[in-house]
Design a protein around this ligand. Structure first.
Ligand code: BGC
Length: 543
């Protein structure tokens, strides 16, 4: 039986209130001159993270991989891809991060392996019906000669979720064809992942971000999916044949038991499930936390931010958990760009379909500054995606021929996918890759990256980088671990709340400047105008 722990004013664990910086390793910093980021590059830039003041880094998959899906296609879970470094170097990195007081969260991908994984190679080399096939979801097809897939399920990246093998059987891949789904009913699969957890825990990893945490269990009768039934769009949770099935909780509990053998470790779920079902993942013997993507999906209005913040805090509190806050990650259009689009534009489609001249970059940048003062003020942990502290925009103009995301091919070139938020980070104002490395980077950078580079912003009190540094330092000094937030009513277009003992956060999301209440100015996203808070701007006040 799990019980709900008592809610206290203070959040005592590091992961309950930390700022976690997400490193997309392939695009962070290139230390060996091959155009792709790596551990050497990351180690050389650790001081950037320390000066930002983050509590932890989460590193996207660094394992051996053909990189068909940016590393979410793992061929060997106990080795680092040679393009990124080695296990020894990972251990050095973990030690160096720890010396700076920064924890390290690894990314674990349990739903599927790469088709290069030795298990899958064994499975397809073995004849139908052999035990080697049981570790994956491999079945005969339907129809007289088995030429139809076992069900009508669709892959997330487009097209059918089943691929036919030369011998006529079909394997399930909820993502790309290069990502066969594991069979989580198989005891060897369960034992293998517990052992992988231990392997990295023994090397000093402080936590895990678990990929597609709601996907492992499938209905093995393979019912067809009614195309009208969308998991997250229905009003109430639905019985879906491959998402959010009850069986995942048993797996969660087994992993939690492994983590509990170590001190101070955590796991965070990437679970895209109905809001009513999310608390189940946060029971005391399951995940420590789960990503909350609601703010990321929210429109830039005071009403939607207010609603989502209150609802998220209530939901977390109801199960004795803490919330998380995310505005951007490696899967979505960068928020500086989203906020520069008219409210009725669907940003996922906009990247491919436009209209691109609808984008107001200056407006997006201004709102992104205000947004930093929202997410860094909220109780819970805040995830910062690399480059958002530099105010980077989505690079939506990438030429077709460099696109790497499987979505582009699988959709028959009708969806450009996620490359635009994965363009390598600019460190210097010029050079062949703006200091990312010494050669051309794996995705081309736009010229705007020079003035947005870390070097251009360092020491400039008005830069986005300085704003993040100041906000993180103030948060730590004043309210990070304090759970208290009270909403204030300062008008329909104003998001306002108090934090901890004496901080008030005010965000003007309307079109006219507003008067501010009494208080000492701690930080503002842009300068006040005649003592008034301009539109799309935020302040933190004390007292
Ligand atoms: C990751 C994606 C990845 C997918 C399949 C996710 O949700 O964040 O980047 O493509 O899982 O592993």
């Amino acid at each position: 039986m799990s019980t709900t722990p008592a809610i206290t004013e203070q959040m005592t664990e590091w992961w309950q209130h930390g700022v976690v910086y997400q490193v997309y390793i392939r695009s962070f910093a290139d230390g060996n001159g091959d155009g792709q980021g790596d551990l050497a590059g990351l180690r050389s830039r650790l001081d950037h993270l320390a000066s930002l003041g983050v509590d932890a880094v989460w590193i996207n998959p660094w394992y051996v991989s053909p990189l068909k899906d940016g590393g979410y296609d793992v061929a060997d879970y106990r080795n680092i891809d040679p393009r990124f470094g080695s296990v020894e170097e990972a251990e050095q990195f973990i030690a160096e991060a720890h010396e700076r007081g920064i924890r390290v969260i690894a990314d674990l991908v349990p739903n599927h392996t790469s088709s290069d994984h030795v298990w899958f190679q064994e499975a397809i080399a073995a004849p139908p019906g052999s035990p080697a096939r049981d570790r994956y979801v491999i079945r005969p097809g339907k129809g007289p000669d088995g030429a139809e897939p076992p069900s009508n399920w669709e892959a997330v990246f487009g097209g059918p979720a089943w691929e036919r093998l030369p011998d006529g059987e079909w394997y399930l891949h909820i993502f790309d064809t290069s990502q066969p789904d594991l069979n989580w009913e198989h005891p060897e699969v369960r034992a293998e992942f517990e052992s992988i957890f231990r392997f990295w825990l023994d090397r000093g990893i402080d936590g895990f971000r678990v990929d597609v945490a709601h996907g492992m269990i499938k209905d093995l009768t393979f019912p067809d999916i009614d195309s009208k039934t969308e998991l997250l769009e229905s009003e109430h949770p639905i019985d879906h044949p491959h998402w959010d099935r009850d069986g995942v909780h048993e797996i969660n509990r087994a992993w939690r038991a492994v983590l509990n053998e170590y001190e101070n470790r955590m796991m965070v779920a990437e679970a895209w499930v109905h809001a009513e079902r999310l608390p189940l993942y946060l029971r005391e013997d399951e995940y420590h936390q789960s990503f909350n993507f609601d703010l990321l999906e929210a429109k830039w209005t005071a009403d939607s931010f207010r609603r989502i913040i209150s609802r998220s805090l209530d939901a977390a509190e109801a199960v004795g958990a803490t919330s998380t806050w995310v505005l951007s990650n490696h899967d979505v259009v960068r928020h500086a760009t989203r906020y520069g689009l008219p409210l009725d534009v669907k940003w996922r489609k906009w990247v491919t379909d436009g209209p691109h001249d609808a984008l107001d970059e200056a407006l997006g940048s201004r709102r992104a500054r205000a947004a930093a003062l929202i997410t860094l003020a909220l109780p819970g942990s805040t995830y910062v995606y690399q480059g958002e502290e530099l105010g980077l925009h989505e690079v939506w103009e990438l030429p077709d021929e460099v696109l790497d995301d499987p979505t582009w091919e699988r959709s028959g070139h009708t969806e450009r996918g996620r490359d635009g938020c994965r363009v390598p980070i600019p460190w210097e104002t010029d050079g062949p890759s703006f200091g990312f490395g010494t050669t051309a980077p794996w995705l081309p950078q736009p010229d705007t990256f020079g003035p947005n580079s870390a070097a251009a912003q360092a020491g400039d009190p008005d830069s986005m980088l300085s704003l993040y540094q100041a906000a993180i330092a103030l948060r730590k000094g004043r309210f990070a671990a304090d759970r208290r937030l009270a909403m204030l009513d300062l008008g329909a277009d104003v998001l306002a709340f108090t934090r901890g003992d004496d901080v008030t956060v005010i965000v003007n999301m309307g079109s006219e400047p507003i008067e501010l209440p009494e208080g000492r100015l701690l930080l503002s996203s842009i300068p006040l105008e005649g003592g008034m808070l301009p539109s799309d701007a935020a302040v933190w006040l004390a007292g």
